[in-house]
Every structure is written in structure tokens, then in C-alpha cells.
Design a protein around this ligand. Structure first.
Ligand code: MN
Length: 262
């Protein structure tokens, strides 16, 4: 494996560039396992492996809102530690990280459901979990460039001119996508459709905003189909560009943003 390591992004080359990239999980652990099985992974020891040597990548937002947040986080911590998986930072992952750092964060938008689970642990278990999560988070980054820059994986969004670079602005786009600076009535920032303007060469796979279906638009694809709201958990097979989906239950009511799958 060749590697160009920056603190905030990574450019990686593997002998085999076969990936299964998974959309926003938000604590839907049962659906995650169902999807990983459907993709052909098998559990060996601490983690899941594919007979053809494929690798799992998470676009981030593994926890918050759903019913089994710690199990979902543990899954990825182990995949990263034992099975060469990657997990780019989502805004929810980043918020949990800042919470564990002791920063003041609001226990809202789903973080409260993860904290409730943490509160049920013993003090020792909680410390052990925190250490495992922090170690894993710090080993990961905001975006990945793979397969000779033919593939980019990010949580919120990434413009072509930002690839191979980093700044506070790029960091914000990686975590939240692009926003207009205007706030909607709900208090949410109005989102800018950066993908509609994208004309870049790398295929950008991202999540964060619920889209009705995983549609490839200008060489980008949003694989967040709102599993935690009763939509789908989506995996994109790369380089095949095939989608595998499992249906989610309605764990929380959808408050809008994008369009939820039927
Ligand atoms: Mn997000």
C-alpha cells in the first residue's frame, strides 16, 4: 500500500481497489449487519472480512438518532483496527469526538441518544469506550482519495479544487456540505447543491443529506437514503458502481431537508 498521509486527508493506493462504501448509519446497527452480510462479508475474529478482499468504507455519521449507537460505533472501531476499513469523519462523529474532548456541545440532533447509551455503562466501560473511539477517530480523516484519484469519499461534499488540499473552509464542507449562509425556519442551514455544479473527474461518494435514491449526478453520488427515518441503508460497490440497499425501520420522525425514499 502506498500512502500519502496528511493529518486531515489521505491519498491511498491499494493493489486492489475494491470498496463497499456505506451511507449514514445513525445507530441502525441491525440494518448495518444485514447490509454487510448481503455484501458477502463474514465475521472472523473481531471483524468482518470479504472473501475477495474488498474493504468497507463509512461515509460517517455512524451514530446518533438510532437505537444501537454504541454497537454501530464498535463495529467501525473494530473494522478499522482489524480489517483495514476506513471511516471518514461525519459531523455527528466529529461532535462525539468534541464531546469526549470535554468541549461544550449541545446534546441535541441525536447525540443525546448516544449519550444515553453511554450513561448505562459502568465508569470503566465508559472510559474504555471513550479511549477506543478517540484512538480510532484520530486515526481517520476528513476525506479519502483512492484508486489514482478516480474515487473520493467524504461525508458532506468536496469540490475538485479542494482535493489534495485542506483549510477550515474545506473542513466545513467535508463535514456539512455547502451551505448558502441562510438559515431555514427550522434553524437548519440552507444547503447548496454543490453536486449539481460539480464537473470534476474523480467520482465523489458522499452522504449527509437524505436523497430519495442513490443517483449518480455529474460523477457524484449521495448514498444517504435516510435509513434511521425508515428509508434505506445504502452501499455502493466500487468500481462496479452497483448499489445494495436494506430497508430501515422508522426510528425517528423525518423533519425534512431532502426527499425521503418511498
Ligand atoms: Mn451528517
Amino acid at each position: 500500500m502506498k500512502e500519502h498521509r496528511e493529518r486531515n486527508f489521505r491519498i491511498l493506493e491499494f493493489k486492489e481497489n475494491k470498496f463497499d462504501i456505506i451511507g449514514d448509519i445513525h445507530g441502525c446497527y441491525d440494518e448495518l449487519l444485514e447490509l454487510v452480510m448481503a455484501l458477502g462479508y463474514e465475521k472472523r475474529g473481531h471483524a468482518y472480512f470479504h472473501p475477495q478482499g474488498r474493504r468497507l468504507i463509512s461515509v460517517g455519521d455512524v451514530a446518533d438518532k438510532g437505537p444501537k449507537n454504541l454497537l454501530a460505533l464498535d463495529f467501525w472501531i473494530d473494522q478499522v483496527a482489524y480489517a483495514g476499513a476506513f471511516w471518514v469523519h461525519g459531523n455527528h462523529c466529529n461532535k462525539l469526538y468534541r464531546y469526549f474532548l470535554g468541549n461544550k456541545v449541545r446534546l441535541s440532533h441525536g447525540l443525546e441518544s448516544t449519550i444515553q447509551e453511554l450513561d448505562k455503562l459502568t465508569k470503566e466501560e465508559r472510559i474504555a469506550f471513550r479511549n477506543r473511539f478517540m484512538h480510532c477517530y484520530e486515526s481517520q480523516c476528513f476525506y479519502l482519495l483512492l484508486d489514482k484519484r478516480r474515487l473520493a469519499v467524504v461525508h458532506g461534499g468536496l469540490r475538485e479544487e479542494s482535493m489534495g488540499r485542506f483549510s477550515n473552509k474545506i473542513r466545513a464542507v467535508c463535514l456539512y456540505g455547502e451551505t448558502t449562509g441562510i438559515f431555514e425556519e427550522s434553524g437548519k442551514p440552507e444547503r447548496l447543491d454543490w453536486a449539481a455544479e460539480y464537473r470534476g473527474k474523480p467520482f465523489v461518494v458522499y452522504g449527509h443529506t437524505v436523497a430519495e435514491e442513490p443517483k449518480i449526478i455529474h460523477n457524484t453520488v449521495d448514498i444517504d437514503q435516510g435509513c434511521v427515518y425508515g428509508g434505506y441503508l445504502t452501499a455502493l460497490r466500487y468500481p462496479e458502481r452497483e448499489f445494495v440497499q436494506v430497508r430501515g425501520k422508522v426510528y425517528v420522525e423525518y423533519m425534512g431537508g431532502g426527499k425521503l425514499p418511498k
